[in-house]
Design a protein. Sequence first.
Length: 102
Amino acid sequence: MTTIWVLTALLLGTAAILTTARLLAGPSTLDRLVALDALVAVVMCATCAWAAASRDTTVVSSLAALALIGFTGSVSVARFRVPDTDTGTGTGTGTGTEETSQ
């Protein structure tokens, strides 16, 4: 059973490292937002795995707090972010509010 917990910790650690790299290297704010959501999900999975390994249910309530923080952060960034600069591809900023003139 210890092998399973070690494998779980290694996989979650690898996922956290790769997600952090994506968070730091993301070219746009939405890329960083997706990476941050994934990082919150990895932390939630790690908390669940630790609760199962230690048979301690007191940390389960923190999962609700992490889910709320992840959701609130995603919604607030998506709502109030400044559009990225136009790269000249003609696609605009992607907000869906651009008017086209014909």
